[in-house]
Design a protein around this ligand. Structure first.
Ligand SMILES: *[C@@H]1O[C@H](CO)[C@@H](O)[C@H](O)[C@H]1NC(C)=O
Ligand SMILES: *[C@@H]1O[C@H](CO)[C@@H](O)[C@H](O)[C@H]1NC(C)=O
Ligand SMILES: *[C@@H]1O[C@H](CO)[C@@H](O)[C@H](O)[C@H]1NC(C)=O
Length: 403
């Protein structure tokens, strides 16, 4: 099997044919007109205006020839620009630079040691839901977008992915099932990433390992969760803010198993007096964790609290305590934003590539008629003097993106 080489290059690497160099293009117009014209084809960017690429790390990637499987499509889009797991920094879409706090612990990809986990006890078989035989973009339900994005994230980085159809507790609110299911998953995988279906990674090309380095997951960390916004309903009985259990990164260890056991058994009240109330009362398993478990598993490294701005909320929720979901978006603010979320996680990569292609092939489709003037229905070549004079009132009858 042959392999075709595939590489993403920024505009800055365009060959000379893509620059301001004039390419003389002879176009034959329909014989009726019977005239031949010259056109300039060029990139719109003078090379002094080139900006550094938003994807500083670019890799050559081989793809199997004649393979149009979805796995290959995903690889073609993301692999050329994957961020290295141990990169010293990451620049986000707003230009903010996030630097590792120190020497990275994770320098190699973890691959299948990581499990990206969806857990649900509902059938999800209605129109627009994930387990329906058919799913269209139009009418897709929000949670389908979330879970598909988790699946895609795992595929991009070679992590394991599982959807666990969970059994229900007869006497507890549905979300409680995630506790014993995460506990199970931590028997087979070293790291699990559990996300509610309204949670997604905003930069799918940024590997989990990088975030583990950035958030300083140590060998002793049991779990990482984000703090909730500073609002009255998010406080526990001791006056501390809840950790949001909709996004959890947990690390396998004996102590992690003990913590999950204590958590799942919390409502039995053998260990934690009063926990039974959270069986059905809001915030369910989150309240049990917030009121009891975190105070019981309180070694300095046990629970790593992630900032709300980075791992909770969404830009639309920035007025809720600044929780704008820089790395991990949690769309409690509006579930209707999930479809836009998965669209962002494709289009932020697709569009620069399309744009790159547009300019690489510019000589074939950008036709420059600026050397002509319009007289009635005709295009008449301008003299050099006319061109000079024209520069003076450039853009007179145009406005930016206006119509
Ligand atoms: C990618 O391939 C191109 C063309 O074969 C080569 O010039 C370039 O050095 C390669 N880049 C890397 C990072 O291997
Ligand atoms: C990010 O890291 C790279 C590689 O170490 C370095 O060249 C670059 O200057 C860093 N950027 C910033 C803004 O710190
Ligand atoms: C990471 O966490 C460990 C343990 O809490 C701490 O000793 C270390 O200083 C932290 N590293 C950085 C760079 O913050």
């Amino acid at each position: 099997m042959t392999a075709s080489n595939y590489s993403y290059s920024s505009l800055a690497h365009l060959g000379p044919q893509g620059r301001w160099r004039r390419v003389l293009l002879v176009a034959v117009v329909p014989m009726l007109c019977g005239f031949i014209y010259y056109a300039y084809a060029s990139s719109f960017f003078p090379h002094t205006a080139f900006k550094p690429s938003q994807y500083p790390y670019q890799h050559n990637v081989s793809l199997p020839a004649d393979d149009i499987s979805m796995a290959t499509v995903i690889k073609a889009l993301y692999s050329p620009i994957l961020h290295p797991v141990d990169a010293a920094n990451f620049t986000d879409e707003d230009g903010d630079v996030h630097k590792l706090p120190g020497e990275p612990r994770f320098k190699e990809k973890l691959g299948k040691r990581v499990l990206v986990l969806d857990i649900d006890s509902r059938p999800l078989t209605n129109d627009g839901q994930l387990m329906n035989e058919e799913l269209k973009w139009k009418g897709m339900r929000p949670l389908s977008a979330g879970m598909l994005s988790h699946f895609m994230f795992a595929n991009i980085h070679g992590y394991d992915y599982k959807f666990i159809r969970a059994p229900d507790y007869p006497d507890r609110w549905g979300t409680w099932v995630k506790v014993p299911m995460m506990k199970e998953a931590l028997k087979t995988h070293d790291y699990i990433v559990f996300m509610d279906s309204d949670v997604m990674f905003h930069y799918p090309h940024l590997p989990l390992e990088w975030l583990l380095n950035y958030w300083n997951m140590t060998a002793d960390t049991l779990a990482m969760m984000s703090i909730d916004p500073d609002e009255p309903q998010n406080y526990d009985t001791k006056g501390n803010r809840y950790l949001n259990t909709g996004f959890v990164i947990a690390q396998q260890s004996k102590r992690t198993q003990e913590m999950y056991k204590a958590w799942a058994e919390c409502p039995s009240e053998t260990r934690y007096k009063g926990c039974g109330q959270w069986k059905v009362a809001w915030a369910h398993e989150q309240a049990a964790f917030g009121n009891y478990i975190r105070y019981d598993f309180d070694r300095p490294d046990d629970i790593k609290v992630l900032p709300c701005v980075e791992a909770n909320g969404a830009p639309e929720a920035v007025n809720r305590g600044g929780c704008k979901g820089t790395f991990v978006r949690h769309f409690w603010v509006d579930k209707g934003l999930l479809a836009k979320g998965i669209s962002d996680s494709v289009m932020q990569y697709f569009v620069p590539r399309l744009h790159q292609m547009y300019h690489q092939e510019a000589s074939e489709h950008i036709i420059d008629k600026k050397g002509f003037k319009l007289v009635g229905a005709d295009m008449v070549p301008m003299t050099d003097e006319e061109k000079e004079a024209l520069k003076k009132d450039e853009g007179k009858n145009q406005k930016d993106e206006g119509f």
